[in-house]
Design a protein around this ligand. Structure first.
Ligand code: NAP
Length: 246
């Protein structure tokens, strides 16, 4: 129970990687503040997490909105009295080739994946700076490191997330706040379930560890970064991709 009594905010918590991160942190004793735009899915996930014997708070919010970032932080502070952990996980894809990409596809992906991280970090950091303690983890992607045809918007948002992570780490380091990123590779979730079978097979054939990643693989890296074991790690990006980007 290395996170007993800690309070952890997880965005995009109702399913996929965010749900698993919430479960893994709850398994270690953390109370979970679940954030998502889908209220009914949030409630169902919260019920599952409460079976671990921790407290939960559901906050229906759109991370693109700065006011929602502030709502997430203030409701957490009001309910639990402090914020120890923020996992910026909410993310979307709107894939298209550059010449076909609509302005809205570009704007929406940057708004959720990058501005969302800024909004939540800014709101939560206010409290963490006063506490002189905190752990922030941003979920990036290997696409943000290596790029991908048809995903220029997503790659820009995730590359931006990695650069933001380093800047925030430098800004907050003197106040004992660690900011790191996790860059997953090809993980089995709803986001990747939509891919055509031949695309999936081709991707899998390029993964040295010969399998797709699981949500647990990603959640375990997040757990390390928010735990005391990573107290001396900041500004870093852990790649969880079975060796794909190597
Ligand atoms: P997912 O299954 O689609 O889950 C994303 C969650 O974020 C959903 O619950 C979604 O809510 C929520 N969300 C979307 N927009 C939001 C907003 N504006 N405000 C609040 N919540 C919002 O995705 P995933 O595969 O678990 O991915 C999680 C993170 O990992 C993302 O940042 C993604 O880019 C990253 N990642 C995933 C993979 C992969 O292979 N799956 C690889 C690399 C990186 P709704 O259910 O209402 O849409």
């Amino acid at each position: 129970m290395i996170l007993k009594g800690k309070n952890a905010i997880v965005t995009g918590a109702s399913r996929g990687i965010g749900k698993e991160v919430s479960l893994v942190l709850a398994n270690q004793g953390a109370n979970i503040i679940l954030v998502d735009i889908d209220e009914s899915a949030l409630q169902a996930t919260a019920k599952e997490i409460e079976t671990k014997g921790v407290k939960t708070l559901c906050v229906t919010a759109d991370v693109c909105q700065m006011a929602d970032g502030e709502k997430i932080a203030s409701e957490t502070q009001k309910t639990f009295g402090r914020i120890d952990i923020l996992v910026n996980n909410a993310g979307i894809t709107r894939d298209n080739l550059i010449l076909r990409m609509k302005e809205d596809e570009w704007d929406k992906v940057l708004a959720v994946n990058l501005k969302g991280i800024f909004n939540c970090t800014k709101a939560v950091a206010r409290y963490m700076l006063k506490q002189r303690a905190g752990k922030i983890v941003n979920i990036a992607s290997i696409i943000g490191i290596g790029g991908n045809a048809g995903q220029s918007n997503y790659a820009a948002s995730k590359g931006g997330a990695i650069a933001f992570t380093k800047s925030a780490a430098k800004e907050f380091a003197s106040r004992n706040i660690n900011v790191n990123a996790v860059a997953p590779g090809f993980i089995q979730t709803a986001m990747t379930d939509n891919l055509k079978e031949e695309v999936r097979k081709e991707m899998q054939s390029r993964i040295p560890l010969t399998r797709l990643g699981t949500v647990q693989d990603v959640a375990n890296a997040v757990l390390f970064l928010v735990s005391p074991a990573a107290d001396y790690v900041t500004g870093h990006t852990i790649v969880v991709d079975g060796g794909l980007a190597m």
